[in-house]
Design a protein around this ligand. Structure first.
Ligand code: NDP
Length: 385
């Protein structure tokens, strides 16, 4: 049996851990090439030893000495820095799991795409920022881009075997996050600890805050716009607090196909790892009788303006989504650091979108330059606030 070669970008994160959990259960089928982190060098070294990775990379070069020490005597090569991360992502694989958080994952994800194999994409910010630059690279290199985000993985499954020309609408479900029933006054006083406590999913800090602001759903709308080109007017969002229906596709004949499953990222990750086949997961089967009822409601864009901002950014096209994403990343980091009130996240994003409108990017370098400048300006916007 030939083992499938896999690299996991963002191996020390929540998606990285879920992916490695699945691989751990079926180790003889997998050969781990690259595992990467930002600076959690000891945790990365532990994983690299466990999975006999070919190379382990910390993006933050100052963490390389710790990684080297922790890998002393191991067969894994230790590397550090942004260029090393891209080099590692370019090493030949059969599948790469792109699970770095934020636009920091863009360059390595593009390097993986350029291999022309399979890229399983969790790192939504990379696609949101690069948009057409990434989808053009996917086409050019004949890469298979498999969505790992549970909603997009659900849509991908619901579209299988159907002609996209027959799609009437695609509906992304949103849990609504931990604050879905909070008043505007409560939202203004929301703390980072409250924001990262998601009712249904156990995720990294940044996406948890995005889920609380609804920027996560907005970013997903932009992600869906690029992955499933049926037109923005056919993409919808609905709040579904139980997170059991992960998304749906409605066809012209009135049929709606939905994908259901437990709120466990190992399900969509397994779908991508095994695609086009299926594999076992340790997730408990769905017990709909125990759940009793599934509920749905329209999103409230007064309290949560993020989905409106993202829809407008997708409509505007060009560099707008890259600017929006960068501003959101900076504002979320400031909120998590106790320097920005929760409701100022969306305000910061909207203010920057009103002030900075660079020309559309034509290359990866353009996107990276726009991202860097938008970050600088977002910090300035926050200082003015
Ligand atoms: P985590 O914060 O848990 O993990 C992020 C990973 O990226 C870690 O390995 C981290 O390394 C690494 N990283 C952080 N900053 C950098 C950087 N500047 N350069 C290189 N690597 C970096 O995030 P999640 O696993 O929650 O999310 C990862 C991606 O998947 C995000 O884009 C998110 O939106 C998406 N996603 C996540 C879901 C979830 O359930 N968690 C669901 C759907 C999508 P270190 O540990 O050293 O900091």
């Amino acid at each position: 049996m030939t083992r499938r070669r896999i690299s996991i970008l963002g191996a020390t994160g929540s998606i990285g851990a879920s992916t490695l959990d699945l691989i751990r259960r079926d180790k003889e089928h997998w050969q781990v090439i690259a595992l990467t982190a930002n600076c959690q060098a000891e945790e990365l070294a532990k994983l690299a030893r466990e999975f006999s990775a070919e190379v382990a990379v910390v993006a933050d070069e100052s963490c390389l000495p710790t990684l080297r020490d922790a890998l002393a005597g191991a067969q894994t090569e230790a590397m550090g820095g942004a260029a090393a991360l891209v080099d590692a992502a370019a090493r030949p694989t059969d599948i790469t799991l792109a699970a770095i958080v934020g636009c920091a994952g863009l360059a390595p994800t593009m390097a993986a795409i350029e291999q022309g194999q399979v890229v399983a994409l969790a790192n939504k910010e990379a696609l949101v920022s690069a948009g057409d630059v990434m989808t053009a690279a996917v086409k050019r290199h004949g890469t298979v881009l498999l969505p790992v985000d549970s909603e997009h993985n659900a849509i991908f499954q619901c579209l299988a075997g159907n002609d996209p020309a027959h799609v009437r609408s695609i509906t992304l479900t949103a849990s609504g996050g931990p604050f879905r029933d909070w008043s505007a006054a409560q939202l203004a006083a929301a703390t980072p600890a409250q924001a990262v406590r998601h009712p249904n999913w156990d995720m990294g800090a940044k996406i948890s805050v995005d889920s609380a602001t609804m920027f996560n759903k907005g970013l997903e709308l932009i992600e869906a716009f690029h992955l499933f080109p049926v037109g923005l007017d056919r993409l919808r969002i609905i709040v579904h607090p139980q997170s059991v229906v992960h998304s749906m596709v409605e066809y012209r004949d009135g049929s709606t196909l939905a994908q259901l499953g437990p709120s466990d990222m190992r399900v969509p990750i397994a779908s991508a790892l095994a695609w086009p086949a299926r594999m076992d997961t340790p997730c408990a089967p769905l017990d709909l009788a125990a759940l009793g009822e599934l509920t749905f409601r329209a999103p409230d864009e007064e309290r949560f303006p993020a989905t409106r901002l993202c829809r407008e950014a997708a409509e505007a096209g060009g560099a707008t989504s890259a600017v929006l994403n960068a501003a959101n990343e900076i504002a979320v980091a400031a909120f998590l650091g106790g320097k920005l009130p929760f409701t100022r996240i969306a305000v910061t994003v909207e203010e920057l979108l009103g002030r900075y409108a660079p020309p559309a990017p034509a290359s990866l370098d353009d996107v990276i330059a726009i991202d860097a400048e938008a970050r600088r300006r977002a910090r300035a916007v926050m200082e003015l606030a």
